[in-house]
Design a protein around this ligand. Structure first.
Ligand SMILES: [Zn+2]
Ligand SMILES: [Zn+2]
Length: 256
């Protein structure tokens, strides 16, 4: 890393060294750092031996693929804290993006420069080479690809959207999967009793029984129940299944 001066921070100053002006791709091909200039770039500090990293990598890969398919100018560079070359190769094989060569000195420089305290950490660098966010991991975990380009403004926008949505949710509801009423509650993490997927943030919870439902899981069925009632009221013989599929990716459920 040529400079640690924030004012003059650029992708080149971050990722290149005196001997090296490239990062590596999937077939160990050299990708010049100059090719990344002007893109939003995620610096992904991670290691295979640490379970939270292994859990987060597939989620990040999903976001990465989604953004690439949309043609966004986005790239990720993996900075490994793996113990040896073999572990690095194995872990990197599960990632669709670029990497800093294993054992490169710049890796350590960068984790000091960004004051990386734990892994996985995702630092987002903007198209101008300046730091956009150091908490990329949480942003991606909470909002997924929607958060692109991961700027403060975009995250604030999403936060507002969520708040608007929550205003329309009931504070409490009854659901056929549970005998007690469920209260809208903020949770650190939970398992949904509906789709069995994991969740964090808002939940419809029975505190007594520690029973959670994703808001989407809880409300989807309420909607379809209302539709059914509506249909019965209309004396319709149409038995079409209106429940619809819900896909749970571990953090949030979404309708498909
Ligand atoms: Zn669910
Ligand atoms: Zn209960």
């Amino acid at each position: 890393m040529a400079t640690t001066d924030e004012q003059n921070q650029s992708l080149k100053s971050l990722l290149c060294s005196e001997e090296r002006d490239f990062v590596v791709g999937k077939n160990e091909d050299k990708v010049p750092v100059s090719e990344l200039t002007g893109k939003t770039v995620g610096l992904y500090f991670s290691a295979h031996w640490f379970p939270p990293c292994r859990a987060f990598t597939p989620k990040l890969a999903q976001v990465y693929t989604e953004l690439k398919e949309k043609g966004e100018a986005f790239e990720i560079v993996f900075l490994s804290s793996d113990r040896d070359q073999r572990a690095f190769m194995e872990y990197y094989a599960t990632m669709p993006w670029l990497a800093l060569p294993f054992g490169d000195k710049v890796n350590k420089d960068l984790s000091q420069y960004f004051n990386v305290k734990g892994i996985p950490t995702l630092v987002i660098i903007g198209p101008d080479g300046k730091t956009v966010a150091t908490g990329g991991r949480n942003i991606v975990a909470l909002h997924g690809a929607k958060a692109y380009p991961f700027t403060e403004a975009r995250v604030a926008e999403l936060q507002k959207e969520i708040e608007e949505k929550i205003k329309k949710w009931p504070k409490e509801l009854k659901h056929r999967l549970h005998n007690h009423s469920l209260a809208l509650t903020q949770r650190k993490s939970y398992n949904c009793g509906g789709c069995q997927g994991g969740g964090s943030g808002w939940s419809f919870l029975c505190k007594e029984c520690d029973f959670d439902l994703h808001p989407d899981c809880a409300l989807k069925e309420q909607e379809s129940e209302m539709n059914e009632k509506q249909e019965q009221a209309d004396d319709s013989s149409n038995n079409e299944n209106k429940t619809g599929g819900i896909v749970c990716d571990g953090e949030v459920c979404r309708r498909v």
